[in-house]
Design a protein around this ligand. Sequence first.
Ligand SMILES: Cc1cc2nc3c(=O)[nH]c(=O)nc-3n(C[C@H](O)[C@H](O)[C@H](O)COP(=O)(O)O)c2cc1C
Length: 312
Amino acid sequence: MLYLAPLQGFTDFTFRMVFLRHFGGIEACFIPYLSLQGGEVPKRELREILPDNNPSLVRTVPQVLVKAADELVSLATLLTTYGYREINLNLGCPYPMVTRRGRGAGLLPQPQEVKKILEAAFEIPEMEVSVKFRTGLQEESELPAILAVLNSFPLKEMIYHPRLASQLYKGTVNEVLFRTVAENTPHRLIYNGDIFSVEDFRRKEQLLPPISGWMLGRGILMNPFLAEEICGTMTAPEEKRERLQAFHDELFEAYSERLAPSRQEIVKMQQFWSYFSFAFPDPRKTFKRIKKAKRREDYLAAVKINLESWSF
Ligand SMILES: Cc1cc2nc3c(=O)[nH]c(=O)nc-3n(C[C@H](O)[C@H](O)[C@H](O)COP(=O)(O)O)c2cc1C
């Protein structure tokens, strides 16, 4: 069971829609977090949950970033009006701007606050609740108290990225702690973190106890075939190049249409290439070529050279 991670700024509705049309292997997508600003969901975030933008190709779960129960109730109520019956609570966002305000991983040292939030979540009729969390904000010693709270609610599942928030994305994931959590929770548990290749996946699968699923994030941006390959579907090199080109072209067209007035589609695609380029023999050169392009023709020419340079 493979899930697509929420990656704010990357796995937005445009990416999800195009990706799911071109690649298999993913059973559920998590929408990057919704939050309240001045009591309202910003328009940009609201677009992410609109049913028209989420044709139900796979299970799609909205995520909320809150600091207290009242925020959760507002967001969950809004989600209910759009027909969602499942929410994921973000207990992992590591960025100081978020954690200082007591949201994301900022809630990890406050298990009593998490308890109040989850109590409010379980008051909402017919709403299933899951969480995505890290080990702690600063210290591994934060884990037992937060896990005790999570274990005391009938969560649909827990997605665990075994890093401290203070690490951001640096250092290594703590697989020993993941095992400890797996052995000390009644919940369905999903592993997340640093699966960038089929080999990474196989190694972790060997190392960790049997779990309910795996969530892939940056690895999918680096290699959109990753989920298929983990599931054992291999594609011949030439076909792979063609499929990658077709996926790229549709993504570019979709952003060109969506961002038409601002003409920001090249900037948007350059962000993706900061990850895509890892699939190429010389990632630095591949990315540099794309970064240099200012006009549409230059960008498309750079993409063509990159795809021709791709060796398997
Ligand atoms: C650019 C970026 C944006 C992210 N946005 C979110 C988010 O909105 N919600 C969330 O729970 N995690 C978010 N994450 C964390 C990822 O979902 C995931 O937990 C993390 O990247 C580790 O998994 P990976 O090694 O497979 O990428 C984000 C990570 C990155 C790099």
